[in-house]
Design a protein around this ligand. Structure first.
Ligand SMILES: Cc1ncc(C[n+]2csc(CCOP(=O)(O)OP(=O)(O)O)c2C)c(N)n1
Ligand SMILES: [Mg+2]
Length: 564
């Protein structure tokens, strides 16, 4: 049986387990859509903006580690994918982007919608090719998929209109995809060097990044033997349950005072699977042992004493056999006491009844959204003040997941990523936490959640401004300008789309509103009118300076801190 280009691609995608394809069709992609319709193995998710397709695919790939697929057609449709693809690139998520291109016979003539698509996709991809000849199949598809999966990144295949429906020669139809699952282990000598440093004892802190995902037990066993507090990056927030006494808090501007203290006051830092970019929060004159799978990351953010290459799980298992219990215990206990104080302060901040203003505290919304959620809920945090509320007030249970655009930092990620996450499992609770700026940026795809019956709960933190930007401007001494927003009524927008929309204006309405939203199991928008004057405080004065807080703003922040 002969197969054309589209059918051959679909066979390969089916083989690697792809079941959903995101995009918007048109022009060159029409034969691809026609093949999907005839095939029956795939669900076509037609979105209203290609950026949604890319963010949704990225979210799926981040959650599963498996290949996710998005597409956009010639010129503008392909361009719209780019921002979401960068999110996949930065979080090492395996995504295949398929685009249409102008006919072979017209290339280079400035044809309608012609763009330099190879250059356009070059920086965002690990593999970037045209299918200009049917003889390239299935090899280029195999290469694209294997590269995306094994290198953790975006592959792009662009197919001209006059090639996409052509028959593929019979001889080249079958080709398997190989995704070997090998562990990288450090050399024994280097592992021993790390163990020797740790066996000197003293105050030891562990910094856990996203590379620690799936290594919870090994991480905790090590922390116990070393009496070491574990500080974590934002992406690693969900790796260990919040309540665990060793999991003491986050690093950086959105981190915690005890997290900063654990890094500042330790003698030895063990950095595991983290490429945390803000060097200013990392120690410089300490014993630093770094473990990562990527050699280029060793010593990139701070000077290290021992750098070893390995996957975290097997490396920690091997290290455990070489280390002795650490006698120093006071350090851990001191950090844990600091953490208890911080938790109590955060409890107050997240109390819905706090303050005299009778305005809804965004901290309370975040905490309740988490506390009332299912054990396996997925949260998607947008960019803005919401990232801060998330870092401070989600108390995740270890079985819940947190996603966001934490490396690419793109506003608007929450709506599309929630759609992607929900499509993986329509029964799993998916909760999007977005500011009004972020929600508004991508809300055209609310209708996609309705159309595909996705019970996502979208919680909009409506402060009628680009709050985070306002803080940035004021902190660096500029008067706020261009940050106020004129918003529509999001609950009515939701209703107009066929979702349920509810406006929350009073703190006392919050619990019932979230409860109703969670029980509805329908696309649901909670338009929460949060207090626009809530400040996101830095964990410590010197951290505040790193963030650019002016003295005046600092006083404001800390006075606010005292009075609540
Ligand atoms: C695509 C994109 N555009 C602009 C920015 C810069 N930016 C960061 S946060 C933010 C404002 C967020 O406002 P909102 O969603 O209302 O959240 P708030 O901070 O008010 O809670 C902006 C514009 C960005 N990160 N990404
Ligand atoms: Mg806002």
């Amino acid at each position: 049986m002969s197969r054309n280009v589209c059918e051959t691609l679909l066979d390969i995608l089916a083989e690697v387990g792809v079941r959903q394809i995101f995009g918007m069709t048109g022009d060159a992609l029409n034969p691809f859509l026609d093949a999907i319709r005839r095939d029956g193995r795939f669900e076509w998710i037609g979105v209203r903006h290609e950026e949604t397709a890319a963010f949704a695919a990225a979210a799926q790939a981040k959650l599963t580690g498996k290949l996710a697929v998005c597409c956009g057609t010639v010129g503008p449709g392909a361009i719209h994918l780019i921002n979401g693809l960068y999110d996949a690139k930065r979080d090492h998520a395996p995504v295949l982007a398929i685009t249409g291109h102008v006919p072979l016979s017209e290339q280079g003539t400035g044809y309608f919608q012609e763009v330099d698509i190879r250059n356009l996709f070059q920086d965002v991809t690990v593999y970037n090719e045209f299918i200009n000849d049917t003889g390239q199949l299935p090899r280029v598809a195999q290469q694209a998929i294997q590269t995306a999966l094994t290198q953790g990144g975006v592959s792009h295949l662009s197919i001209p209109t006059d090639v996409i429906a052509r028959e593929v020669p019979k001889s080249s139809l079958a080709r398997e995809i190989f995704v070997p699952n090998a562990y990288i282990m450090p050399c024994p000598g280097e592992l021993q060097q790390a163990a020797d440093k740790l066996n000197k004892g003293g105050k030891i802190t562990i910094l856990a990044g996203d590379g620690c995902r799936g290594s919870r037990d090994e991480l905790l066993q090590l922390a116990q033997t070393l009496n070491a507090p574990i500080v974590h990056t934002l992406r690693a927030t969900d790796v260990v349950e919040y309540e665990n006494p060793y999991w003491i808090g986050g690093i950086g501007m959105l981190g915690t005072p005890q997290g900063l203290a654990a890094l500042d006051d330790c003698d030895t830092l063990l950095m595991l699977g983290s490429d945390f970019p803000y060097s200013v929060f990392l120690p410089t004159h300490k014993n630093i042992i770094q473990v990562d799978i990527k050699p280029d990351r060793i010593g990139k953010r701070c000077p290290v004493t021992v750098g070893i290459i390995g996957h975290i799980k097997p490396t920690l298992e091997a290290l455990q056999a070489l280390i002795q219990p650490n006698k120093e215990i006071n350090f851990l206990q001191k950090i844990q006491q600091q953490r208890e104080k911080w938790d109590a302060r955060m409890d107050k901040k997240a109390d819905p009844k706090r303050g005299k203003s009778n305005k809804v505290a965004p901290q309370a919304v975040t905490r309740l959204a988490c506390d009332m959620a299912d054990d396996d809920a997925v949260f998607i945090a947008d960019v803005g003040l919401i990232t801060g509320w998330t870092a401070r007030h989600l108390r995740m249970r270890g079985t819940q997941r947190l996603l966001g655009s934490f490396n690419h930092g793109s506003l608007g990620v929450a709506v599309p990523a929630a759609i992607g996450a929900q499509l993986l499992d329509r029964k799993r609770q998916v909760i999007a936490l977005a500011g009004d700026g972020g929600f508004n940026m991508m809300m055209q795809d609310l209708i996609t959640a309705v159309r595909y019956e996705l019970p996502v709960v979208f919680i909009v933190f409506n402060n009628r401004k680009l709050g985070f930007v306002e803080v940035e401007m004021q902190a660096s001494g500029m008067p706020k300008y261009g940050t106020s927003l004129v918003n529509p009524d999001y609950s009515k927008i939701a209703e107009a789309c066929g979702a349920i929309g509810v406006k929350v204006e009073q703190p006392e309405a919050l619990v019932d509103a979230i409860d109703n939203a969670y029980k509805a199991r329908k696309p649901y928008v909670l338009d929460v009118q949060v207090n626009p004057d809530e400040l996101l405080m830095p964990p410590k004065i010197h951290a505040a300076h790193a963030f650019g807080y002016s003295l005046a703003k600092l006083k404001e922040v800390f006075i606010e801190e005292e009075t609540h």
